[in-house]
Design a protein around this ligand. Sequence first.
Ligand code: XIL
Length: 337
Amino acid sequence: DGQFRNAFTNNFLVGAAAKTEQLSSGSLDAAILSGQFNSLTAEYQMKPDIIAPAEGQYNWTAADELMAFAENNGLQLRGHTLLWHRTAPNWMLSGSPAEVKTKLQTYVTDVVTRYKGRIYAWDVVNEVITDDASLGDSYRRSNWWTASGGNADYIDWAFEAARAADPDCKLYINDYSTEFDDKRDRLITVVQDLLARNIPVDGIGHQMHISVSMPAAQVFRAVDAIDNQFMGLEQHITELDISVYSDPASCFADMTGCQTDYGDAIPDTVLRDQALLYRELFNGFTARSSLSSVTVWGISDAESWLADWPVTRTNAPLLWDGDRNAKSALQAILDSS
Ligand code: XIL
């Protein structure tokens, strides 16, 4: 017991994303979380639309429950996320840029203050880098961009408010597809700009939603490129999962391009490749000193968000199967560590 977290050196955090629905006492997921992990991320219940559904109205119930579970079971909590275009409540985005700034500052201050000293890192901003290589800059043209008056000032506002509320919490910029050079280069450009202006960024989060055909070397290149660029900046792997599908790029733009559902017949060869990739990744992650935390985006294959994204399809991206038996992927990590 405790084999997973104990497989790594001291100060290396292994986390999972979870929701309160999984934590009822006696549940298998609660036992796996408390027994095997030492970090916890809220899968959705610390996002702004849940915490602040209406102006002047906070709903802390689920967030507090996750915080209490972590503290009662010896897990550290990773905060996710203070700002994300997909979970921005409309009230926060409405009004003049000056009004939006005040609302964002108030929200960030209140949330970070509530958990001050109890959360080791916050994803201050999530997915603010554009995927559109044809823009003249690196910023996503999101609802936040528009609400700020057509610029990226909201990123500054969020980081500054978070730092003021908790000087010791590590403040992260988190994004996906950092394993691809073009997206990562845009992220690097943004972080360079933020640091040059003394915006308090402490770390870069790599989501790492990858497929079983992703070469481990490409993942490590993402971490190493950030190291080379920003000596001293921390890094976390924040949302690791390994889809059993190797979709063509068109799967995202045109869902008919996605690989056909395996149904109940995921080939053994695919699960073996997945186990080997998990093993290689954890070996490489623990060897990299700027990386101190790796979170998998869920506990068992029964709960993964990839069941519905980018299409509804059977998937098996995690370390425990739907019955909460350890998969060969978990065994492979333990065997090699
Ligand atoms: C997902 C959760 O897994 C879902 O349960 C929720 O409905 C939507 O968000 N990138 C992120 C995560 O940063 O917050 C997302 O989590 C997955 C993609």
